[in-house]
Design a protein around this ligand. Structure first.
Ligand SMILES: *Cc1c(COP(=O)(O)O)cnc(C)c1O
Length: 229
């Protein structure tokens, strides 16, 4: 498949996701405005993204630096309130490019990347907001620090680079109930004095909100199927 159809009406799909988020927040005794929607626009045609932008969405997630630059490099100059978040793995040699484009990097997950980002930040004279990705399921193929190493990693990032860690991020194993993974991320955040949690995707964002997500990363439920290969 080289062409996927956008959701029949991405703006109404977006509204329905926002409504479901608000209902999940209220059901958990939380305020709707305390949970942000990161609309994951990776591999989406502009035809699907534009109606969602028009509807008022301003925070978008992307998982590849070059792809994100191609999509947002132009539109971003006309959208002063746009917020772009990197939610995919970052190679150290792309740290400068990532810093130039992204307001938030959610995938800090190793000492070498922390060092590369610190250098890039010094060079650029501006710092992105940072999340540490935790591999809660300890899956070998997945990025993220191991849960047992998270405390030391966060402490080192603060001490060695002066980073302010805004939040933690996780992607639970696809084949497991996500609740225990969300609970684990919340626990690691609490004991490290980290207040934001990026967790929950199209299939489980309501569960994530119940476990304390402060932002959810939702792609296909808003935009429809992604373009592939
Ligand atoms: C693609 C992606 C998402 C969105 O996935 P959907 O199931 O389409 O909502 C969320 N988080 C990350 C890290 C992703 O790569």
């Amino acid at each position: 498949m080289t062409h996927a159809l956008p959701a029949a009406d991405p703006a109404s799909a977006w509204r329905s996701v926002k409504d479901r988020m608000a209902a999940a927040a209220r059901a958990a005794g939380r305020r709707a405005e305390d949970v942000a929607l990161v609309a994951v626009s990776k591999q989406q045609p502009w035809d699907a993204i534009e109606p969602v932008l028009h509807a008022g969405q301003r925070v978008f997630g992307e998982n590849r630096v070059q792809e994100a630059l191609a999509r947002w490099g132009g539109p971003r100059s006309a959208l002063p309130d746009l917020e772009l978040r990197l939610i995919g793995p970052l190679q150290t040699n792309k740290a400068d490019d990532a810093l130039a484009l992204f307001d938030v990097i959610e995938t800090l997950d190793r000492p070498g990347l922390a060092t590369a980002l610190a250098k890039a930040i010094q060079k650029a004279g501006k710092a992105p907001r940072l999340y540490v990705q935790v591999n809660t399921g300890e899956e070998p193929q997945k990025a993220g620090v191991a849960p047992a190493e998270a405390d030391a990693f966060i402490a080192a990032a603060r001490r060695d680079h002066g980073f302010e860690i805004e939040g933690l991020m996780c992607i639970p194993p696809a084949a497991e109930p996500p609740g225990p993974h969300f609970a684990l991320l919340a626990k690691i955040a609490a004991r490290n004095g980290v207040t934001r949690l990026s967790m929950g995707m199209s299939g489980d964002f309501e569960t994530a909100i119940r476990f304390g997500a402060t932002s959810v990363r939702v792609g296909s439920a808003v935009f429809g199927d992604r373009l592939t290969g």
